[in-house]
Write a protein that binds this ligand. Structure first.
Ligand code: GDP
Ligand code: IMO
Ligand code: MG
Length: 425
């Protein structure tokens, strides 16, 4: 069944782990947006692997991963990742495909990302990987794609033109040193040779796979609340992380998608700036951050933590069209005597059931909580829903009710085995 997995919160929901579990029943894994701002963790046999660009799930033998046209690719990061996969015994030449229409990240994008962030009054807290500036060039139609890189003449012309503009920008606005053409050109031509064996026409590759009845698994990066259109703008990333991004970012029709799964933690986290109504007070923040090891997989930054916010996950269920949700990190709540779930907001004298588009209003929203009893025992060994403590079952049932769709998978630990499917598959 062709499946899409998307983040239903602000990223880091455990999508990597869910993809790794579902990859068993898939043939081709596809990233359709974002770049190496993503960090997707998979733990197999006590060894951790963090995927940034290559789809998670490639630790299963015989799977093929495609980096779709909607992804922005830092070649250095991609080559470093394929190297790590090779060291794990993966036949990277066979397993990793790259769309020739994907846009490339250059050092000037990373430089501009950092400089623009420092110059902003309301910081976003970007990852500094050049993601935003690369998408800006894509939309401005001056970006450089993989296909351009492979054509020496075209690449030289495009790089010259981009450098002329970016260098003017860097020196006039930021008093920074310009980038020289030749070293950058030589460096990227070396990358071209290394990447060429992986390059395909992404959309045609997938259409051929669909014709052969291969099972596709699309892996969202970031999360719905970080989506450029449906998230907490401007505290978002620069791509469509939601399910709609699959069609544009991979070149497949909506009609080929058969199932959409939203991934949500049993609580909420956010890394970077922006409103976060259910954010914990300091002591609880420290407790959950430590227990859940809530530090960014890409930047190492401490993640902000809070209670489960049913308002935002319900929004995610709607805009993605989720059939079900996967709930991760249930074990992190094991010690809690009482658990709060946000069921709406209070804004001034008004009660809201949906989150406002005006971020200054969202920043003023006070969560309305429902309290549920905790279970205060370990859940990490459970292999079936019925094996969970009764209070944990009740908590999950209440989440299903609040977000309006059933739970399809529950994760109670970071290891591959610590997850089980629920309901009909
Ligand atoms: P992603 O970006 O959505 O793939 O998520 P990340 O990998 O950035 O962050 C999720 C973190 O939680 C990783 O460190 C995972 O190993 C870990 N993790 C995933 N599922 C669980 C779980 O059920 N319990 C616990 N304790 N950790 C989990
Ligand atoms: P995964 O796929 C969590 C956040 C950054 C920042 C904002 C914009 O691992 O869930 P960007 O560098 O994209 O311009 O930063 O988005 N962000 C993420 N937060 N998980 C991610 O990816 C993220 N990717 C970007 O922290 O607030
Ligand atoms: Mg992550």
């Amino acid at each position: 069944m062709n499946t899409v997995v998307v983040g239903a919160q602000w990223g880091d929901e455990g999508k990597g782990k869910v993809i790794d579990v579902l990859a068993e029943d898939a043939d081709i894994l596809i990233r359709y947006q974002g770049g190496n701002n993503a960090g997707h963790t998979v733990i197999v046999d006590d060894t951790e692997f963090i995927f940034h660009l290559v789809p998670s799930g490639l630790l299963h033998p015989g799977k093929v991963g495609l980096i779709g046209n909607g992804v922005v690719v830092d070649p250095e990061a991609l080559l470093e990742e394929t190297q790590r996969l090779r060291a794990r015994g993966i036949n990277v030449a066979e397993a990793v495909k790259l769309s020739d229409q994907a846009h490339l990240i250059f050092p000037y994008h990373k430089k501009l990302d950092v400089l623009e962030e420092a110059a902003r009054t309301g910081r976003i807290g970007t990852t500094g990987r050049g993601i935003g500036p690369c998408y800006v060039d894509k939309v401005a139609r001056c970006g450089i794609r993989v296909a351009d890189l492979l054509n020496e003449e075209v690449f030289a012309a495009k790089l010259k033109q981009n450098l002329a503009e970016k260098n003017r920008w860097l020196s006039a606005l930021y008093r920074e040193q310009p980038f020289e053409f030749q070293p950058l050109f030589d460096q990227y031509r070396r990358y071209a040779k290394l990447l060429e064996p992986h390059v395909v026409h992404g959309a045609r590759f997938l259409h051929a796979a669909i014709a052969q009845k291969k099972r596709l698994l699309f892996e969202g990066a970031q999360g719905t609340l970080l989506d450029i259109d449906h998230g907490t703008y401007p505290y978002v990333t620069s791509s469509n992380a939601t399910a709609g991004g699959v069609c544009t970012g991979a070149g497949v029709p909506p009609t080929c998608i058969e199932r959409i799964i939203g991934v949500a933690k049993a609580y909420t986290t956010r890394v970077g700036e922006g409103p976060f109504p259910t954010e914990f007070p300091p002591a609880l923040m420290e407790q959950i951050r430590t227990k859940g090891r809530e530090f960014g997989a890409t930047t190492g930054r401490p993640r902000r933590c809070g209670w489960f916010d049913a308002v935002i996950v319900r929004h995610a269920v709607q805009v993605n069209g989720c059939d079900s949700i996967a709930v991760t990190k249930l074990d992190v709540l094991d010690d809690m005597p009482t658990i709060q779930v946000c069921i709406g907001y209070q804004l001034g004298g008004r009660r809201l059931d949906e989150f406002p588009s005006d971020m200054s209003a969202l920043a003023r929203c006070q969560p309305v909580y429902e309290s549920l009893p905790g279970w205060q025992c370990e859940t990490g060994e459970a292999e079936r829903f019925e094996e969970l403590p009764t209070a944990a079952q009740a908590y999950l049932k209440q989440l299903e009710h609040l977000v309006t769709v059933p739970i399809c998978l529950i994760s109670t630990g970071s290891k591959r085995e610590q997850a089980f499917k629920v309901g009909r598959w």
